[in-house]
Design a protein around this ligand. Sequence first.
Ligand SMILES: CC(C)(COP(=O)(O)OP(=O)(O)OC[C@H]1O[C@@H](n2cnc3c(N)ncnc32)[C@H](O)[C@@H]1OP(=O)(O)O)[C@@H](O)C(=O)NCCC(=O)NCCS
Length: 163
Amino acid sequence: MERKSWKESASQLQRIVLPEDTNLFNSLYGGRLVEWIDNIASIVAIKHSRRRTVTGSIDSLFFLSSIRMGYIVYLTSRINFTTHSTMEIEVDVESEEGITGERRFTTKAYLTYVAIDEEGKPISVPELLLETDDDRKRFEEASARSAARKVLLKKIRDEIDQR
Ligand SMILES: CC(C)(COP(=O)(O)OP(=O)(O)OC[C@H]1O[C@@H](n2cnc3c(N)ncnc32)[C@H](O)[C@@H]1OP(=O)(O)O)[C@@H](O)C(=O)NCCC(=O)NCCS
């Protein structure tokens, strides 16, 4: 199986917050931001695996500050980790006030995508090339999140089976 650098799939997306994207308080609606996050993260998953992929889980999502209408939103995304058929994708979100150019870090998210074949069955993805200390640190941290996610997934599946 080939190994690929995270750089081959890293992606960026920019949006401006329009009235239809806002909540009652003239800030970006959380659900809209989740849609943008899932969109860019799925691009990274597809580019890394060159497979069909589905969102398995949104593992963590922190909204650290709100984003006002008219602000520019920058989403940057990269892959941190793979298993046999899963990929952990990280998304960072910053906002920018268009006139002053003032930027603020607003959101951090980790999502897991599963590569599937034509029947929807999980299939293998390329491993990650770990070239730098930062690559290795991200991989180790994501590995711990993956182990915790598997425990939680098993618990949820067991609970469903007992219904
Ligand atoms: C995700 C999905 C393909 C997994 O299929 P499955 O046959 O149950 O998969 P398995 O139990 O054999 O697990 C395969 C791998 O995926 C992981 N996985 C399975 N379901 C997962 C989930 N919901 N979230 C995160 N990881 C998941 C497993 O831990 C396993 O990891 P590994 O490669 O490290 O061993 C299937 O549950 C599915 O299609 N879910 C719906 C996805 C969807 O509709 N998403 C929203 C729209 S894109």
